[in-house]
Each structure stands twice: as C-alpha cells, then as structure tokens.
Design a protein around this ligand. Structure first.
Ligand code: ZN
Length: 160
C-alpha cells in the first residue's frame, strides 16, 4: 500500500518540527523589526506572526480537544513541551481565557523593556484558541515580567 491508497483521514500528519534557537535571536528579531517599523507596528507584526504560528501548530499537530476541562490540562503541557514557558490556565471558558505564565521565554529573551512585551506569545495563544474553538480571539497581555511585574498574564476574549 502506498500513500495513494490512504484517504485523508488515514494519513498520519508529520510531527511538528523543532529547531532550537538562542533567545538572543528572538531578541534580535524584536529589535530589528522595532527599528525598521517602529515599536507599535513591530509589536503588531510580531503578534500576527504569533497568530499564524498558533493556528499552524494546532492544525499540524492534528490534536483533538475533547472538552474545556481537558484543555486546561493538555495545553499547559503542550506549551511546556514547545518550550514557550510554564503556563497555567486559571479561567477557561469559551468567552474568556485567563492564562498565567511565571517564566515566559519571550520575556526572558527580551529582558527588562519597561513594557509588556510578549507579543509573539500573545498572538500565538490567540491563534491557538481561534483554531481550537473555531472562533476569532484576541489576546492582551495585562502583566509582564519584562516591565518588572511578577508574572506574564494573558487574557483572551472573543474578537467577533
Ligand atoms: Zn510577558
């Protein structure tokens, strides 16, 4: 049997490919985009890159999410495996998702900026939830270790 004998549901999706990246590269991307585009547009571009990445990873991993309670267990585990940080979902329903991260890798990469800076992570979360729930979400970061706060806190709400 070759691939032509398999229908779409029988085909196994490839695993997500990884490459390890020093945090200085992520910092360099932030700095360069900010210099070229200005900080506000750079933040939007980085956020949108995160949205695309979040959508892609949900689609590529072909994961099913059976119920909201299971999601609050599965997703922090997944984020840990993806290396974006140690997260916990403190409130999860389909209208509002409240996520806390103690050690955002993006914030660590950027260091102290004096601003809430985890734009890639924010977009990534929005992209993931938009794909999982098949509704458009937007994410805002309401606390960030890059501006001296103790945690990065992300709130997702419907954007429809
Ligand atoms: Zn942050």
């Amino acid at each position: 049997m070759d691939n032509n004998d398999l229908n779409n549901e029988e085909q196994i999706k490839p695993p997500v490919a990884f490459f390890l990246m020093p945090v200085d590269i992520l910092k360099g991307v932030h700095e360069e985009l900010s210099e070229i585009l200005g900080p506000e547009t750079a933040s939007l571009v980085i956020y949108n890159c995160g949205v695309r990445s979040g959508k892609n990873i949900v689609n590529d991993m072909d994961i099913s999410f059976p119920d909201i309670e299971t999601l609050s267990t599965i997703l922090p585990e997944l984020w840990l495996q993806l290396g974006i940080g140690v997260f916990s979902i403190e409130i999860l329903d389909k209208e509002h998702v409240h996520i806390v991260c103690e050690d955002s890798n993006e914030a660590q990469a950027l260091g102290y900026t004096g601003e809430r800076s985890c734009n890639l992570t924010c977009g990534f979360l929005a992209g993931m939830f938009s794909t999982i729930f098949e509704r458009k979400y937007k994410c805002s970061e309401n606390s960030c270790t890059s501006c001296g706060e103790s945690q990065c806190i992300f709130d997702l709400v419907l954007d429809e």
